[in-house]
Design a protein around this ligand. Structure first.
Ligand SMILES: Nc1nc2c(ncn2[C@@H]2O[C@H](COP(=O)(O)OP(=O)(O)OP(=O)(O)O)[C@@H](O)[C@H]2O)c(=O)[nH]1
Ligand SMILES: [Mg+2]
Length: 329
């Protein structure tokens, strides 16, 4: 049976929500994730009409849909060098997800699942403290409703020192309200730290090797979460039956042939690598490799763990390990 699922992307402005979403389909297609290659997931953008119609009418609804879809537009904007981050609304995108390989026991069926992914603007759910951004009340109400009706939330946070971040208070309050809300459908919550490749910009061709090691990701997550005061609030959510996972991702990824981050630290504002004279599809295939952006969405939709999704129990294992290493140091 086809199941419909709603996933909401929330997090601060410029956290990387839209970029994660824009690179998601490529990440799944290129298997640039930590799931077994034998899983063979497939993700395809569909129209709202197809999502609404359900599986019986999918093909017919698709038939005359020659127009470029919203998702294609988002993807194009992203590969042209950016996505609009001063948006003040929520946007819905629709996908068909299926598992074509060996479905692990956690996934009872191979789908297809119809996904609605809601990309919200950071200013709505996690505005910086003291900010007076005029968000229309009906936009706030719309996102609140979408969050309460969502099967899963993906919290996208930029990999920076979290304590310095002015939006942390708003986010903590949001998690509190979620924990208290009785009518929510929420089953899963994924916290994803974006822009992961930035950590490796000095490592040259070794960068990809380090990034591919789940132990490195776990270490980074533990360090980032050590001082995060909202962690206890997420544990509270876990205690009331919402499965919480932590992961990392990079929408920019790594340069395929050279294995280094797809990011030039010598450019002002750390721009993506570009080679003069290369246009369109060739640029894409040489310099483009999203990394792990599939993880948050596949976990959110299916509850399926990869080598790069970590539970509270896995994150906590460090607290026992630290004293041992501290003694050695
Ligand atoms: N280095 C690096 N930068 C990234 C990555 N993903 C996104 N960015 C940059 O981070 C900035 C914000 O990304 P967005 O995806 O627009 O963030 P957002 O969360 O959708 O922001 P709002 O829609 O305003 O809430 C942009 O300048 C992106 O170019 C990444 O994987 N690596
Ligand atoms: Mg956005």
């Amino acid at each position: 049976m086809t199941e419909k699922l709603t996933v909401c992307l929330v997090g601060p402005k410029k956290g990387g929500k839209s970029s994660l979403l824009a690179s998601l389909v490529d990440c799944v297609a290129q298997s640039a994730f930590g799931y077994s290659p034998r899983l063979r997931p497939a993700l395809q953008p569909i129209s709202q009409a197809e999502f609404a119609a359900g599986p019986a009418d999918l093909r017919r609804a698709d038939f005359f849909a020659a127009e470029k879809g919203d998702y294609e537009r988002l993807k194009q904007e992203f590969s042209d060098g950016g996505v609009a981050t001063d948006t003040l609304n929520t946007y819905e995108y629709y996908f068909r997800l299926s598992v074509n390989g060996e479905a692990p026991p956690e996934v009872v069926t191979r789908g297809p699942w119809l996904l609605e992914i809601v990309d919200s603007a950071g200013e709505i759910a996690a505005p910086p403290d003291g900010a007076e951004v005029a968000i229309l009340n009906d936009v706030k109400a719309k996102l609140a409703r979408q969050m309460l009706e969502a099967d899963a939330l993906v919290l996208v946070l930029p990999l920076v020192r979290l304590d310095d971040s002015a939006w942390m208070g708003a986010l903590a309050r949001l998690i509190d309200r979620l924990a208290l809300a009785r009518e929510k459908k929420l089953k899963r919550l994924v916290v994803v730290f974006s822009q992961y490749e930035r950590l490796f910009t000095r490592l040259g061709p070794s960068a990809f090797t380090y990034a591919c090691d789940p132990a490195v990701a776990l270490h980074v997550l533990r360090k980032s979460l050590r001082s995060a005061q909202w962690l206890s609030r997420l544990r509270a959510l876990d205690a009331v039956g919402v499965s919480v996972r932590y992961t990392v991702c990079s929408a920019y990824g790594f340069v395929k042939r050279f294995q280094n981050p797809n990011m030039d630290p010598h450019q002002p504002g750390e721009r993506r690598f570009r080679r003069a004279g290369l246009e369109g599809a060739r640029v894409h295939s040489e310099y483009w490799r999203p990394f792990l952006t599939a993880e948050p969405i596949l976990y959110a939709a299916l509850g399926l763990d990869s080598a790069f999704t970590f539970s509270h129990a896995q994150i906590d294992a460090l607290e026992e390990e630290i004293p041992a290493t501290a003694i050695l140091a």
